[in-house]
Write a protein that binds this ligand. Structure first.
Ligand code: ADP
Ligand code: MG
Length: 250
């Protein structure tokens, strides 16, 4: 067995009396696009925060490329090769689009001003924001801010990228564009963990899916296995979705 890129070993996190993550274990293989799904409040964002070092795990271990990164702070995990987008997009609003991306590159890779700027321009081109580089980030539309988030994460040159609801609030044309970008990123060799509510997106881009409910992992498998899983249907997808998926497949 090749070593997984990421391994979670009984990861737990408490917030006061709330068990936000409860002994979560799974692996992410190199080159995978892994879907991470579950109801609101299931612990998906918290899991990303724990892995990236924003929150500390209350128990358990996180291994990246075989190395224990459980206690590392965000800038250390970023330098180790992890990047993530934020569910709530949070650019520096006064800075230009280019400077926002350059700041991310210099934060994670320790680049000087010139190199960081070049890295930023390259990623803005990739996500289709090249013409908007001089605008203050605050003036972008939501769809553009989501792409800016993506450019910032890519400027960190991650080997593992967490995408936290990058399609939330987008219209269907914008979702199509985002899906094409995600496929291109995956095609370039970056391993992706995709947190996503739109099952259409999950089903079409993910090779495997894990499901969280109330902080616990309740299912893990291929997209076909997950939509047929009685617990997942009960906890998240709902019977209507299962019937629709079943009739679409037959
Ligand atoms: N910083 C925090 N402090 C206290 N509770 C939190 C914090 N972050 C998340 N939670 C709680 O942890 C649970 C999981 O939240 P979250 O990870 O955001 O879920 P998801 O991303 O799956 O919707 C929720 O009940 C949420 O209110
Ligand atoms: Mg979330």
């Amino acid at each position: 067995m090749p070593e997984p890129l990421l391994r979670l070993d009984s990861v737990s996190r408490r917030f006061g009396g709330l068990q936000a993550l409860d002994g979560v274990s799974f692996e992410v293989g190199r080159g995978e696009v892994l879907g991470l799904i579950g109801p609101n409040g299931a612990g998906k964002t918290t899991l990303v925060n724990v892995i990236c070092g924003v929150h500390r795990a209350s128990a358990g271990r996180v291994l990246f490329e075989g190395r224990d990164i459980t206690a590392l702070k965000p800038f250390r995990t970023a330098r180790s090769g992890l990047a993530r987008t934020f569910q709530i997009v949070q650019p520096f609003p006064e800075l230009t689009v280019t400077d926002n991306v350059a700041a991310a590159a210099s934060f994670s890779r320790g680049l000087g001003v010139r190199e960081a700027r070049l890295a930023a321009l390259e990623q803005l081109e990739f996500v289709g924001l090249a013409e908007h580089g001089q605008r203050p980030a605050a003036t972008l539309t939501l769809a553009m801010r989501k792409r800016l988030e993506l450019a910032k994460a890519l400027a960190m040159q991650p080997r593992l990228l967490f995408l936290d609801e990058v399609n939330a609030g987008l219209n269907s044309a914008e979702v199509e564009q985002a899906m094409a970008l995600i496929r291109r990123i995956a095609g370039s060799g970056v391993t992706i963990v995709l947190i996503e509510h739109l099952m259409k997106v999950v089903m079409s881009v993910c090779s495997r899916i894990v499901v969280l409910q109330q902080g616990a992992l309740i299912a893990e498998g291929s997209p076909a296995e997950i939509v047929a899983d009685a617990r997942v249907v009960e906890a998240y997808l709902g019977k209507k979705y299962a019937q629709a998926a079943g009739s679409a497949a037959s």
